[in-house]
Design a protein around this ligand. Structure first.
Ligand code: ATP
Ligand code: MG
Length: 247
């Protein structure tokens, strides 16, 4: 399992790391002609109107756009939480849009991380146990949990709050636990809906540094939404959504 192999390798020093040129990297996600139509009160509501998108491995891609333009709807489709009404989504070469719910759930648990409001923390579990839960669900061997949970909570600056439960944490701290929980199992793809919205600018910058760090050291690919202009600056690519399409 990739998780175990990587665990024993030491991280390359910063100056020796040269990322592969973008054109040599594989597509992790290929989105073709994706549409999503909801039916509300008997009427169709076309929310995604033909989305084309390629996300290469180890890219940091951001989506921006006005409220209601369809960003969350698209992230839900990319993560298999929702299925497009039309079009195709390939995840790591797999036809994600054609899989059963069970197949998608297994892929999600092992290879994807989510920072979505709907995927908030388990209220009765401590920060530590919340992060551990991801490892359990992904089938990571128990012997690796302790080191990994501690590492992830340190990455988000929560080493002093590891045993607090969500109601004993501030909003920003809860958001940081959610980030640690989302990256614990070294997902191939991290999908994040406004991951820095609850954080002040210093902490937002720290989270972006964490994201860059895990892209480099763990080969994660990230697709996130944000309204924050300073955060958009650090993206490899920004897609702007207007009324269900990219412009
Ligand atoms: N399950 C649903 N059923 C019906 N309509 C929906 C559903 N989900 C989303 N919509 C509609 O689709 C549109 C896009 O919603 P979405 O949540 O994707 O926007 P968004 O770009 O993420 O906005 P925000 O920046 O406010 O989060 C909205 O008008 C919303 O009302
Ligand atoms: Mg949204």
């Amino acid at each position: 399992m990739a998780f175990q192999k990587e665990e024993t390798q030491s991280e390359p020093p910063m100056e020796e790391y040269t990322p592969a040129p973008l054109e040599e990297r594989r597509n992790l996600l290929t989105v073709t002609d994706v549409e999503r139509t909801f039916h509300v009160a008997g009427k169709p509501l076309h929310v995604l109107k033909g989305i084309q998108m390629d996300i290469k491995e180890r890219q940091l891609v951001m989506l921006k756009g006005r409220s209601g333009s369809g960003k969350t709807t698209l992230l839900n489709c990319l993560g298999g939480l929702d299925t497009p009404s039309k079009g195709e989504i390939l995840f790591d070469g797999l036809k994600f849009h054609q899989m059963s719910d069970n197949e998608r759930t297994l892929i999600r648990r092992k290879h994807m991380g989510f920072i979505f409001q709907a995927f908030a923390l388990m209220p009765l579990l401590s920060a530590w146990e919340n992060v551990e839960l991801t490892l359990r669900m992904a089938g990571v061997p128990r012997s690796l949990w302790k080191e990994r949970v501690a590492h992830c909570l340190e990455l988000v600056g929560l080493e002093k709050r590891m045993h607090h439960r969500p109601f004993e944490l501030s909003g920003g701290e809860q958001q940081r636990v959610a980030i640690a929980k989302a990256i614990a199992h070294k997902p191939k793809l991290l999908l994040a809906d406004e991951p820095t919205a609850e954080l002040d600018s210093g902490m937002g910058a720290q989270i972006m540094a964490v994201f860059h760090n895990i892209i480099r050291t763990e080969q994660v690919t990230i697709c996130m939404t944000t309204h924050d202009l300073t955060i958009l600056e650090v993206a490899d690519h920004v897609y702007e959504m207007v009324d269900g399409k990219f412009i």
